[in-house]
Design a protein around this ligand. Structure first.
Ligand SMILES: *[C@@H]1O[C@H](CO)[C@@H](O)[C@H](O)[C@H]1NC(C)=O
Ligand SMILES: *[C@@H]1O[C@H](CO)[C@@H](O)[C@H](O)[C@H]1NC(C)=O
Ligand SMILES: *[C@@H]1O[C@H](CO)[C@@H](O)[C@H](O)[C@H]1NC(C)=O
Ligand SMILES: *[C@@H]1O[C@H](CO)[C@@H](O)[C@H](O)[C@H]1NC(C)=O
Length: 868
């Protein structure tokens, strides 16, 4: 811990943070950045995937594709594989088993390492070396070794020393490249050693003193950019992406962050200095990568993954980067992209200088020697008679040595993240450029999460649209690598349990023209045969696609809406189901072609994302109900119901649910159509008021308790470093209900729910044992907590988990919940609806309604049948 703040100060900071998060995260993020995936596909429905795993090997995290796309090489724990990239399930897979020796494993254990995770040979490097060989490095139970692999027969050579090429452990930050048969790697190679960027031969390293060039750097990625293809006679450059610590003084200047994201660059042809900087880089410079929300002065500081997107010209190269907050117990990801030209400009800008070692950095304003320190050999330097770095003058080398850091930050392109998701930790990503039928090129992103989901997104100008989220694995596990093959039209995903191969798109999944268009997948277009992959289509003139807006072109292809019939008695509740496949769609209903507005209590309708609830049906509510999925200003018919409301027969002699209900809670006066609704006894109004007050105070107390407990949990997670526990509870909850699913549909709703979700999402592990989804939730049996309901005959509720206390704070919001949403089969979620409904139903009212409805559904074994 480097920060000098006292625990108390930090606790207070976290407290205020916690409180502000309770209100709206650290701030209220721009809503268009928290993009909801359009469709959610669970692993049981992902049919087109191929899977490779070869037990006992695990940790398939090193992937490498042949340039011709024919073979996929995999480095796992104690094994390497060569697979047919067109079908990774095809046999036989070529295998090299390379286990660390028992003696080495024993020594590893003696060094205090974990013999269940670390004391193995984790293959961390596997790349093409020359036309006939691959080069491979493994940790070999904390004694790294490297070897060549003859690709023809997939046999490895005798291993050689790997200490300067490979890290010792499986999780140490590491990146490496083979460029023209020279090996460039960056890591903290040994425990307690400084991190280092190295070239294997001739050997070059970074400088340790006087101002350490790398400070606790954790490497994330590297990229070769062929900048020799320029008019300047420039050299090729290698860019290294990493996170590193900053000194205290500097952190004040950089907005009080203890770690920042950086990119460093070196020249491929660097040969080091002659005396000064002998065997050290003479071209090492680094600069900060700023992925931030400028309007809040908020930085995402943890760089997690980088993807290089080559452009038409070298200067058009883009770097896509995934960032996190760097807080252990909070999930969040931001996506930023940086342009090479902005990075080059920053390297051409002012330098920083420091008086004493590693702290007190400020911009250098003095004279800069010539040729400009840290640049590669160009025609200009050669014209001065300097054509290799060893001939650089001493003042230039001394300057480079003391000024490795540039002053300007590299801002994200568009000065803004493309995405900021608060419920997802993205781990790795790959991007492909796809030509749309409109002639424009679109970048399609494949982003893997820490729980084994793959989000596929398309970038339309600067707006990201997440086409779908795919659950890759049954058991949650992090995505360790994502790779795209254009030749195979496949995306490969490495994970602890195996490697998956998926097609770049699955257009056949979209059943209608609008579904195909609204998806906005540049690979897909609507044809007479359905939604097809455009690459398999030669005549593209008849295809319909609209990536830009995602709603045009289907006017003449209206589908038939399936129709069902329902009959009910007057006074019955009836649920007309309507499942929307898109998370971005909102339901809209018409009755005999008139739109049902307001769905408030007075209207006798209630709507949720699973259907329309007709409450105590009246005779005039007969008619044809149609459910539409409204998305992107398009109304798509989903299902229609012909509903017949029959007059009520004489009241049955035995206990009838409605009486009990009515005795429990009085409906608001304006709620019923007086002529049609049967008369029901009404209890005192006063008791309802009391109930409301009781509930509200209960809610307030529980809500504040939740916030305080969350903050305490945060404090524990951060300061006492019990991050594991926090992680566990969050993970655990997430495993029960994928957060992607929880998060859906909230976008169109009230902002109050974003807040609510954050509170309970972080706090439920302490506030209740139930893994509630973080929304206000009603489960059967809960209504028994209402004394009113108890005074009547208690319903025979099945044994079910207790109500999650923590989820009540939303009751504080002015509008009480009035929209139902079904979750996980037998629980209901209430979402507030910001319609101008004057009659706000009481909370207990809602509870009883739900209970009533539930009983009805239980009484009717087949809800699709008529209740008459
Ligand atoms: C790890 O070492 C312990 C002894 O410290 C031993 O009991 C255990 O079996 C070892 N586990 C494995 C997987 O080798
Ligand atoms: C590739 O490198 C290996 C290892 O150095 C060497 O044995 C082999 O001859 C090289 N192949 C070619 C085609 O240069
Ligand atoms: C520049 O490099 C060439 C070989 O690449 C060498 O012959 C020449 O002497 C060098 N010139 C200087 C000034 O070092
Ligand atoms: C390797 O896989 C195991 C489970 O298969 C997992 O627990 C472990 O974290 C993985 N290690 C790394 C470095 O990914």
């Amino acid at each position: 811990m480097k920060a000098g703040r006292s625990p108390l100060v930090r606790f207070l900071l976290l407290l205020s943070l916690g409180v502000s998060m309770a209100a709206a995260y650290p701030f209220r993020p721009p809503p268009d950045l928290d993009v909801t995936p359009r469709v959610t596909i669970f692993s049981s429905s992902v049919h087109s995937r191929k899977r490779f795993a070869s037990p006992p090997a695990v940790n398939y995290s090193t992937l490498s594709l042949e340039a011709d796309g024919r073979r996929l090489f995999i480095g796992a724990r104690e094994a390497a594989f060569s697979l047919d990239a067109s079908d990774i399930e095809a046999v036989p897979a070529l295998t090299i088993v390379w286990e660390a020796s028992p003696e080495q494993k024993q020594q590893c254990l003696l060094k205090g390492k974990d013999n269940k995770t670390e004391c193995f040979n984790h293959i961390r490097f596997l790349q093409r070396f020359n036309a006939t060989h691959l080069y491979m490095c493994g940790t070999y139970a904390f004694r790294p070794l490297c070897a060549y692999i003859d690709t023809e027969n997939f046999l490895m050579s005798r291993p050689e020393e790997g200490r300067d090429k490979c890290p010792y452990g499986p999780t140490t930050g590491y990146t490496g490249l083979i460029v023209d048969q020279e090996l460039f790697t960056a890591s903290q190679y040994e425990f307690r050693r400084f991190p280092d960027i190295r070239r294997n031969s001739p050997t070059l390293k970074t400088e340790d003193a006087p101002t350490r060039w790398l400070n606790e750097a954790n490497f994330v990625g590297s990229a070769l950019v062929r900048e020799s293809r320029s008019t300047l006679g420039d050299d090729d450059k290698i860019y290294f992406f990493f996170n590193e610590g900053v000194g205290q003084q500097q952190s004040a200047a950089s907005g009080a962050h203890s770690r920042v994201a950086r990119v460093a660059r070196i020249c491929k042809g660097d040969r080091g200095g002659l005396l000064t900087l002998q065997k050290r880089w003479t071209s090492f410079l680094k600069v900060r990568l700023a992925c931030s929300l400028p309007e809040y002065d908020f930085y995402f500081n943890e760089l997690r993954s980088i993807f290089v997107m080559p452009g038409d010209a070298t200067r058009d190269t883009l770097f896509y980067a995934i960032f996190g907050l760097g807080w252990k117990s909070v999930k969040a990801s931001a996506l930023c992209r940086f342009s090479l030209s902005d990075i080059q400009d920053a390297f051409g800008g002012p330098y920083m200088e420091t008086q004493d070692s590693g702290s007190n950095w400020k911009e250098y304003t003095g004279k800069i020697p010539e040729p400009r320190p840290g640049t590669c050999m160009t025609d200009a330097t050669r014209a001065r008679g300097i054509n290799v770095s060893t001939s650089l003058p001493d003042d230039v080398l001394n300057f480079v040595r003391r000024h490795p850091l540039m002053s300007r930050q590299v801002q994200a392109l568009d000065r803004h993240p493309l995405l900021f998701r608060r419920t997802t930790d993205y781990t790795h990503m790959a991007v492909i450029a796809v030509l749309g039928l409109d002639g424009l090129q679109y970048h399609v992103l494949y982003m893997g999460t820490d729980e084994g989901w793959l989000h596929k997104a398309v970038l339309v100008e600067t707006q990201l649209h997440i086409i779908e989220e795919l659950q890759l694995f049954e058991e949650a596990q992090p995505v360790d690598n994502v790779l795209i093959s254009v030749q195979q039209m496949s995306v490969y995903v490495g994970s602890p349990s195996g490697v998956l191969q998926l097609p770049l798109s699955d257009c056949g999944r979209y059943a209608s023209c609008y579904d195909c268009i609204l998806a906005r997948d540049p690979h897909c277009a609507w044809s007479r045969e359905g939604c097809v992959d455009v690459t398999h289509y030669t005549d593209k003139t008849s295809l319909i696609q609209d990536i830009q807006q995602g709603n045009r072109g289907c006017d003449n292809t209206q589908d038939v809406v399936p129709t069902r019939s329902r009959s009910v008695r007057v006074g019955d509740d009836i649920l007309l189901q309507c499942e929307l496949s898109s998370n971005l769609a909102v339901p809209a209903w018409t009755l005999d072609d008139r739109e049902l507005h307001g769905y408030g209590l007075s209207s006798g309708f209630r709507t949720g994302t699973d259907g329309l609830l007709v409450i105590r049906a009246r005779l005039d509510q007969s008619g044809r109900y149609t459910c539409y999925a409204v998305e992107n200003q398009i109304w798509v018919g989903v299902v229609a119901y012909n509903v017949t409301v029959a007059p009520e027969p004489p009241p049955p002699p035995t206990e009838e649910p409605h009486h009990r209900y009515a005795a429990a809670v009085p409906p608001a006066p304006s709620e019923e159509a007086p002529a049609l609704a049967p008369q029901r006894p009404r209890p005192q109004l006063l008791s309802t008021k009391n109930m409301e007050a009781l509930y509200l105070s209960l809610i307030t107390i529980l809500g504040s308790l939740c916030v305080v407990l969350s903050v305490v949990l945060f404090y524990l997670g951060f300061c006492l470093r019990v991050g594991n526990q926090g992680k566990y509870s969050l993970r655990n909850a997430a495993a029960t209900y994928p957060p992607e699913k929880q998060n859906h549909r909230k976008k169109q709703r009230h902002s109050a729910h974003l807040e609510l979700k954050t509170i309970s999402g972080n706090g439920h592990s302490i506030c209740n044992g139930v893994h509630s989804a973080g929304f206000l939730q009603i489960v059967p049996g809960e209504a028994r907590t209402s004394p009113n309901a108890e005074s009547a005959a208690p319903p025979p509720a099945p044994p079910l988990p207790a109500a999650p206390d923590c989820n009540f704070p939303s009751g504080l919001s002015a509008t009480l919940p009035s929209v139902l949403r079904r979750m996980n089969g037998n629980s209901y979620v209430l979402l507030a609806q910001s319609d101008g409904d004057s009659v706000a139903p009481s909370f207990s009212d809602e509870l009883n309604r739900m209970l009533e409805k539930r009983k009805r559904t239980q009484l009717m074994p087949r809800p699709d049948e008529s209740s008459v």
